[in-house]
Design a protein around this ligand. Sequence first.
Ligand SMILES: Nc1ncnc2c1ncn2[C@@H]1O[C@H](COP(=O)(O)OP(=O)(O)OP(=O)(O)O)[C@@H](O)[C@H]1O
Ligand SMILES: [Mg+2]
Length: 510
Amino acid sequence: MQCDGSFANMANKRTSLTLLVLVGLLAICDALRCNCTECSTTGYQCVTDGACMASTSSINGQEHRIRVCITRDRLVPPGQPFYCLSAEGLLNTHCCYTDYCNSVSLTAPTVTTRPAEDSGFGPGGSWGLVDLVAVIVGLFLFCVLLLVGIFLFHQHQRTYSHRQRLEVEDPSCDHLYLPKDSTLQDLIFDLSTSGSGSGLPLFVQRTVARTIVLQEIIGKGRFGEVWRGKWRGGDVAVKIFSSREERSWFREAEIYQTIMLRHENILGFIAADNKDNGTWTQLWLVSDYHEHGSLFDYLNRYSVTIEGMIKLALSAASGLAHLHMEILGTQGKPGIAHRDLKSKNILVKKNSVCAIADLGLAVRHESVTDTIDIAPNQRVGTKRYMAPEVLDETINMRHFDSFKCADIYALGLVYWEIARRCNAGGVHEEYQLPYYDLVPSDPSIEEMRKVVCEQKLRPNVPNWWQSYEALRVMGKIMRECWYGNGAARLTALRIKKTLSQLSVQEDIKV
Ligand SMILES: Nc1ncnc2c1ncn2[C@@H]1O[C@H](COP(=O)(O)OP(=O)(O)OP(=O)(O)O)[C@@H](O)[C@H]1O
Ligand SMILES: [Mg+2]
């Protein structure tokens, strides 16, 4: 039975019918009658407010047919209710909305047996353990190939850039950047005096450094090796730091490039360069080369005349005085304390005067703010040369002059090393390190502290030095450099003046 407008009209006309009858009629109007295979008690029929459904399935080769009513609330989601869906190969379902419309006979779905290899993992499928392993191995190989590819690409890029740089590094090409016939001295004079007064411009430093040909190793220190190298036929010294010592390299280069630092008694700095050789980074510090090597080497090899002693001592004092001195003005220089002064860190030039080297531990004084720019590296000086206040840690690190006073103490020890080698009246002593008779080689801080601070011992100043004016003056200077109280020590400038007078007295040309 189909509900239509005539039924409603009829209901409207028969106004005598009760509300109950109306509701009953409306209920009947909404009802849908369907075939029902499960409804033996109601004559295989059912009534619903939803849909009639017929479904045929094939289970183990047997066909099953169902015809039922589906209530409206089960027809979800609207438009494609789950109860009305067919399942491929399993179930053919049909929903309809007119009386007994589910009497249609549906054919059972044809079971399309899927080929075994499509059935997935498991004993019946192709995705067995072997296949799984094969897939994993394949993926692994793919990743390895990808990584090798990336690595080779990087190598290629590197070789390419390295080759590019080698072209720049060909010594025959450096004239493209630098005046053809100029020597290092010319370059440094021209460029540093016209520039900031702090050294060669960085691109010149790099060009020079990369066109140096290393010749032979000349020494080894705590931070790396020192080589003699050639640049345009002249000798240069190259200190090569390991990449672990980058901070020391950077700090030393920074200090050497302090404005107005250049002085004939301070090692002439030429260039700093960080050079990547493809495997590691080499850190270079290029400076003037001095064939005599360090003062330590020199004194071990030679004894000196009185004149030679005064020249060495006066030049060392001049270098230290310049380092310590603050020069005011825009082209001025800050005061600098060395903090690792010793005979190994002073070089001897051809004319037998000193050049102070190894500025990696130096500190600079910013007088405007009265602060010290202590580098963040933890390097400490050489224990044997440490002043008493450094050994017992009473030094006032906030006061810049304390560091200068500690340098003066070390300078006094260097003077003692020089004076011992002074040949006066045919007598001179063998070379010895300060405190050689009081502490073992490579002494600990504690061993030094006991001797220097507790026992207050100092190197021996022989009596016979009193017989020679120059040695007497040297002995007096030393003692005044070694006071326990740093502030009581001489200044570098005072020492320089005293030794200048001595050189005049002794008729020495410096
Ligand atoms: N500019 C230079 N010219 C000639 N020889 C040099 C120069 N610089 C260093 N040397 C030589 O190389 C040696 C090693 O120097 P380096 O400063 O690396 O170590 P060190 O002073 O001996 O010890 P430390 O590591 O304690 O400073 C020096 O002792 C010196 O003989
Ligand atoms: Mg050194």
